[in-house]
Ligand binder design. Structure first.
Ligand code: 8YV
Length: 312
C-alpha cells in the first residue's frame, strides 16, 4: 500500500508524472479520504494536493502519520496551515514558476475589458459591423493610471508589464517596497481613488477576505475597471456585482470568483465583465513546471532532504 495520496483534479500528464514517481492512490476530492480503510490511512505520510476545496483538521485527522501536504499552486488558502503546523505537517506550494502566465493574463484581461474586445468581437461576428458600421469607441490603456493591490511576486510582474505600457504605477502593499517611480498608498481606498484600473494580486485566506471592500470599489468610480487574478474571496463580491449592475464602476475582468466554478449567475448577465474560468496559470508549460515542483517537494520529503518551497 502506498504512502502517498494524490488528491484533486489532475490531468493525464500530471497523473502520469505522479504515478511514475510515487505510485500514489488518486482521489478526486479530500472527502474521499474517509472512505479509505483505516489500515491504509495509517500508512499515508504524503498528500499531493490540487484544487480549491478545504483541506483542514478533519482531513488531516484521518491521516495520523501525515508529514507533508504538497500543494499544486502558489496559493494555499484551501489548506489549514495553522493546523498542519500544530500537527507537525509540512506544507509546500509552487511559487514563481507561474508568475509570467498570471501576469500575462492580468494584462490581457485589463486590455480586453478596456478595449471591449469580447463585445467588439461579438459585434463583428453577429454581422452588426456590416449592418451598422464601426464599433463604438473604447478606452485607452497605455499611459493610464493603474493601482496594484498586493505587490508580491505576481503583483510586481504585473506592474512591470504595465509600466512598459507607459502607465503610471500605484500600489498598496503591507509595507512600502523599493520601487523607484511607483507610488505607494498605505490606504487601499485612497489608491482606488487615484487610478483608472485596479488590479488585485493579493494572497487568499482570512487576512485578505473582502479586502477590496465596498468602499474601495466605490472609490474606483464610474470610469474605473477592476481586474482580479488572485482569489474571489479578496473582493467583496456582493458590492462588486452591485457596482457593475448600477454602473458605479465601468467594468471588471475576473479570473477568480467566490464559489468557483458555480459562480453567481448575475455575472453572466453583465456585458461589462470579462470572465475567465480561473486560467491564470493554465498553460501547458507552466502547469508542467508546477507539477514538477510539486513532485520535487514530495521527492525531497520522502528522501529526508530539505523541501524546495516550504510555507511553514
Ligand atoms: C491553481 C492557483 O493552482 O496557483 C494558484 O494559486 O490558483 C492556480 O494556479 C490551479 O487552478 C490548480 O488548482
Amino acid at each position: 500500500m502506498t504512502r502517498t495520496l494524490a488528491i484533486g483534479p489532475y490531468n493525464d500528464a500530471e497523473k502520469q508524472g505522479l504515478a511514475t514517481a510515487f505510485d500514489p492512490v488518486f482521489l478526486d476530492h479530500p472527502g474521499a479520504i474517509a472512505g479509505l480503510d483505516a489500515q491504509h490511512r495509517d500508512l499515508v505520510t504524503t498528500v499531493a494536493y490540487k484544487g480549491h476545496s478545504a483541506f483542514g483538521a478533519a482531513e488531516m485527522g484521518h491521516l495520523p502519520q501525515l508529514g507533508l501536504v504538497a500543494n499544486y499552486g502558489v496559493g494555499y488558502d484551501s489548506i489549514d496551515v495553522a493546523t498542519a503546523t500544530a500537527r507537525g505537517v509540512k506544507v509546500t506550494n509552487t511559487p514563481d514558476v507561474l508568475n509570467d502566465d498570471v501576469a500575462d493574463l492580468a494584462v490581457a484581461m485589463l486590455i480586453m475589458q478596456a478595449r471591449e474586445m469580447e463585445r467588439a468581437s461579438r459585434w463583428a461576428r453577429s454581422g452588426k459591423w456590416a449592418e451598422r458600421g464601426e464599433y463604438r469607441l473604447t478606452r485607452k490603456v497605455s499611459g493610464g493610471r493603474v493601482g496594484i493591490v498586493g505587490l508580491g511576486r505576481i503583483g510586481r510582474d504585473i506592474a512591470e508589464r504595465l509600466a512598459a505600457f507607459k502607465m503610471e504605477v500605484h500600489y498598496w502593499s503591507r509595507t512600502e517596497k523599493d520601487t523607484p517611480g511607483w507610488t505607494y498608498h498605505p490606504d487601499p481606498v485612497a489608491l482606488a481613488g487615484r487610478v483608472d484600473y485596479l488590479v488585485v494580486a493579493l494572497v487568499g485566506g482570512p487576512e485578505t477576505e473582502a479586502f477590496v471592500s465596498r468602499d474601495v470599489i466605490q472609490a474606483l468610480g464610474p470610469h474605473g475597471i477592476l481586474v482580479n487574478i488572485s482569489r474571489g474571496s479578496t473582493v467583496e463580491e456582493a458590492a462588486l456585482l452591485e457596482a457593475l449592475e448600477t454602473g458605479r464602476i465601468a467594468g471588471a475582468a475576473l479570473d477568480v470568483f467566490c464559489n468557483e466554478p458555480k459562480i453567481d449567475p448575475r455575472f453572466y448577465a453583465l456585458d461589462n465583465v470579462v470572465i475567465q474560468p480561473h486560467t491564470g496559470s493554465g498553460t501547458v508549460e507552466t502547469r508542467a513546471a508546477m507539477a514538477k515542483l510539486q513532485r520535487d517537494n514530495i521527492g525531497a520529503f520522502l528522501a529526508g532532504a530539505p523541501l524546495m518551497t516550504p510555507v511553514n
